[in-house]
Write a protein that binds this ligand. Structure first.
Ligand code: 5GP
Ligand code: ZN
Length: 135
């Protein structure tokens, strides 16, 4: 990808009912290039960046550029988008060298699900043995 093109991606900002999400949502601010992130992958519709407080040697967050609050807000028409999150994670796992030993994909949804940032994201965790407990 050319540098020029990745800049264009980074400048995209999303509005919902007139509210600029980059003013409200930290991950939208990352999408808009307003706060820095260590980008692991990007394309026109998705961004993947390293978690600021990594819970494993590899901890990447994969997000859609559009603001979707959580899995609970996904529409039936966004099934392709949801699938792409997993395929991007699979590709990144290979790129990060964790595919052979294995990795964990996590999506927290809502307060009791442990979701803190209200912008849909898939955690890719790897590089160490994961705890068998999921709670
Ligand atoms: P959640 O608990 O919502 O599923 O996960 C949110 C994740 O986002 C956490 O692992 C947290 O460390 C990460 N995070 C929060 N703020 C930032 C930030 O500004 N930059 C990056 N790179 N990660 C962040
Ligand atoms: Zn957002």
């Amino acid at each position: 990808m050319s540098k020029e093109r990745s800049k264009v991606y980074a400048r995209k900002a999303w509005y919902i009912e007139g509210v600029r999400m980059a003013d409200e949502c930290i991950f939208c601010r990352i999408v808009a290039g307003e706060i820095p992130a260590d980008i692991a992958y990007q394309d026109e519709d998705f961004l993947a960046f390293r978690d600021i407080m990594p819970k494993a040697p590899t901890h990447v967050l994969i997000i859609p550029r559009i603001h979707i609050t959580s899995v609970a807000e996904l529409t039936d028409g966004q099934q392709k988008l949801a699938g792409r999150l997993i395929v991007i994670a699979r590709n990144l796992a290979k790129k990060e060298g964790i595919a052979r030993k294995g990795y964990r994909l996590v999506i927290n949804c809502g307060p009791e699900g442990g979701q803190v940032v209200p912008h849909l994201h898939l955690h890719l965790l790897g590089g160490r043995q994961m705890d068998a407990r999921l709670g």
